[in-house]
Write a new protein. Structure first.
Ligand code: CIR
Length: 253
């Protein structure tokens, strides 16, 4: 496994982003603002030391910018998922083509369904969310793949929110950030619990020494600064309208 990540794979949001799946009820995203926010996100990744591979938007896949769901990076291996919603199948192909140059690929075959947003790697353990997108077969297939590589696998029920990582992500330094409901699933962990009105802050992205957090969460921002994190705020409003967060927009490998 490379000592630290060097690359982020992203895909630009298209003009038809609003035709993707959403339960947010926040109204349709503005495709131009989404593209500007996406470019700013990529700039932060570059400033954080990553080479950013930008795939063009694909009009067949309005949710295609949420590349996290298409693969799980595990050291030298990339697990190419079988996205849980049929409308998203096929998004994984362009990502797999890039990953095949830098990782050995393993595929999730049917009847497995798995979204990368349901996979949280934390230390030597891989947590797999059982959500509306990730079924038992998909979770079991991934558990076998990770177990064969020395990780422990645990399934976590996802009762609220789209994916496991909608409600819990890694801050670095052995700490997690989570909604209250998800924090209860990690009783022995050091967890920063987000207030209900800043629930979207449970999806943060640690890149090197920097911690990317979404805009609109002043309370969590303060807490993280007090804990000593080098925080970078990234505006995500247009992606939040489509149930997306910071981790969803890239595959860091
Ligand atoms: C979907 O519902 O599939 C997309 N609109 C949002 C996916 C967000 N992905 C993620 O949290 N990993």
């Amino acid at each position: 496994m490379p000592a630290s990540p060097t690359t982020a794979i992203v895909r630009e949001p298209g003009e038809n982003l609003a035709r993707g799946l959403t339960t947010a009820g926040l109204g349709p995203p503005d495709p131009r603002l989404a593209l500007a926010q996406h470019r700013a996100y990529c700039d932060v990744l570059r400033e954080s030391g990553l080479e950013v591979v930008v795939l063009p938007a694909d009009p067949r896949h309005p949710d295609g910018c949420f590349v996290e769901d298409t693969a799980v990076i595990l050291g030298e291996v990339a697990v190419i998922t079988r996205p849980g919603d049929p409308s998203r199948r096929g998004e994984e192909e362009a990502v797999a083509a890039v990953l095949s140059r830098i990782r050995r690929l393993i595929h999730i075959p049917p009847p497995g369904r798995l979204d990368g947003g349901d996979v949280l790697q934390w230390g030597d353990r891989v947590y797999i969310g059982r959500s509306t997108r990730t079924n038992r077969e998909g979770a079991t297939q991934l558990a076998e793949i990770v177990s064969a590589r020395g990780y422990a696998a645990s399934e976590v029920p996802v009762d609220a929110g789209l994916h496991l990582k909608t409600g819990v992500t890694e801050l670095g330094d052995g700490r997690l950030i989570a909604t209250a409901a998800m924090a209860a699933r990690f009783p022995s962990a050091d967890v920063v619990t987000v207030p209900e009105d800043e629930a979207h802050a449970a999806n943060c992205l640690r890149v090197g020494d920097r911690l990317l957090i979404p805009g609109g969460c002043p309370g969590v921002h303060r807490t993280l600064l007090e804990l000593g994190y080098e925080v970078v705020v990234v505006e995500m409003s247009e992606f939040q309208k489509m149930d997306g967060g910071l981790t969803c927009l890239s595959l860091v490998c």
